[in-house]
Design a protein around this ligand. Structure first.
Ligand SMILES: Nc1ncnc2c1ncn2[C@@H]1O[C@H](COP(=O)(O)OP(=O)(O)O)[C@@H](O)[C@H]1O
Ligand SMILES: N[C@@H](CCC(=O)OP(=O)(O)O)C(=O)O
Length: 393
């Protein structure tokens, strides 16, 4: 951990980042009363549009323009923006009214971004994602293709969770984690999380004596720090906990993260020593698997015997019917499921190749035997190695 006063110079990897995901929280886009604050939206768009313009006109005629920047904006604020128009004075507790507010607010939010970016001659493209888009192969590819295409056409994708169709079970719930997963999806070089606080503090920032942490090199730097889960009453969702979790996911996937306030967005994009920089802790991982580990809500579970747990955890093989002791829940082929040991501890997640109802007849039996009895289509893995991600203990 490095104290704020110990920072040196600019952050080269931040300055050099070409493809950047910027996430902005509700608290940075709304007025104290909870409505959308057009001035704050415009101020953010000014920074983003100028960054794109400055960097991309330098060398626009040169196809090898290595300075060109691309920005994907993950914006919260739909629920907050929908409160006042529906006569609500705070974020409702129940999902149905949150969804109604999001439905009204998302339109207003995107209309505001559209008008604001238009001042710079830029188009925006709305992209609403659900957890299915992050775990199912076809959805995942589609989402990535659309985002890539928008960027290639010079538009700014404005991403949010598809709140109106998400149920409690399948919600991301917080856009911090969604932003980390989007950064991974688009193979971003940098994730910037903008909030109403200018970084991670070593305690509740409203408590005198706490100070900002300038750099985080890994989980060891977070030990002993009080990280609050409540944001500004009635507006944000996860407080600092979800931001630190998002930073951890992105950093582990090889993407550095800057966490700072919306008013520091320009400095952050220029690589100045603002906010908290989370250094990458891992390398870029095989594409879809990160999503499987962090985003998918498992539809059920398979309980494995000790040998199968070992094979899965040590990465030596796919999950075969012979290693499955029991099936939990209802799911269809292609759904994400949890793989548990016999004590109920989740060891991995995977995309299952059979419906839940088909599996009991396969339990404990060899694929060869099954193929002989039930047909050649049963000589296959229940979860293929390529569709499986081991969870960290
Ligand atoms: N250790 C900490 N460092 C910084 N902020 C913290 C910390 N613990 C709790 N917080 C609170 O988290 C809030 C940000 O979360 P939230 O309101 O959910 O933001 P957003 O709407 O931007 O997603 C800050 O305003 C701050 O009060
Ligand atoms: N999808 C929700 C945002 C949920 C969320 O994470 O909000 P925040 O904590 O302000 O980033 C909305 O647009 O209101």
């Amino acid at each position: 951990m490095t104290g704020a006063g110990e920072q040196r110079g600019t952050r080269q990897e931040v300055r050099d980042a070409r493809r950047i995901v910027v996430k902005v929280g509700s608290s940075s886009l709304t007025t104290a009363g909870g409505g959308l604050d057009a001035d704050r939206v415009d101020a953010l768009v000014d920074v983003l549009a100028r960054t794109l313009r400055e960097q991309n006109t330098v060398n626009a005629a040169n196809p090898a323009n290595t300075a060109a920047k691309e920005i994907v904006l993950v914006s919260s604020g739909a629920i907050a923006a929908g409160l006042a128009p529906l006569g609500l004075d705070r974020r409702p507790r129940d999902l149905a009214r949150q969804q109604a507010a999001a439905s009204v607010g998302q339109g207003l939010l995107v209309a505001r971004y559209t008008a604001s970016f238009a001042r710079y001659g830029r188009r925006v493209g709305q992209v609403l994602l659900t957890t299915d888009d992050t775990s199912r192969r076809a959805h995942y590819r589609n989402a990535r293709r659309t985002l890539d295409q928008l960027l290639a056409m010079g538009a700014v994708p404005v991403v949010n969770e598809n709140d109106t169709v998400a149920t409690d079970e399948i919600r991301f719930g917080d856009n911090d984690r969604l932003a980390a997963l989007v950064a991974h999806l688009v193979r971003a070089d940098l994730l910037i999380l903008l909030s109403d606080v200018d970084g991670l503090y070593d305690g509740d920032p409203s408590t005198p004596g706490t100070s900002r942490i300038a750099e985080v090199h890994g989980p060891q730097d977070l030990e002993g720090i009080t990280i609050g889960s409540a944001g500004r009453a009635g507006v944000g969702t996860g407080g600092m906990v979800t931001k630190v979790e998002a930073a951890r996911i992105a950093a582990a996937a090889g993407i550095p993260v800057v966490l700072t306030s919306a008013s520091q967005a320009d400095a952050a994009l220029r690589g100045r020593a603002t906010g908290t920089l989370f250094h990458r802790t891992g390398r870029r991982s095989a594409d879809r698997l990160l999503w499987l580990a962090h985003a998918s809500a498992p539809c059920g579970a398979l309980v494995l015997d000790d040998g199968a747990v070992k094979a899965v955890v040590e990465g030596t093989g796919s999950l075969l019917p012979a290693g499955i002791a029991s099936v939990v829940g209802e799911f269809s082929a292609g759904d994400p499921v949890e793989l548990r040991d016999t004590t109920g501890h989740a060891v991995a997640r995977g995309l299952v190749a059979f419906d839940a109802g088909e599996i009991p007849q396969l339990l404990g039996r060899s694929t060869r035997e099954l193929a002989r009895e039930l047909g050649p289509e049963y000589e296959r893995e229940v979860v293929h190695r390529d569709d499986l991600v081991v969870l960290r203990r």
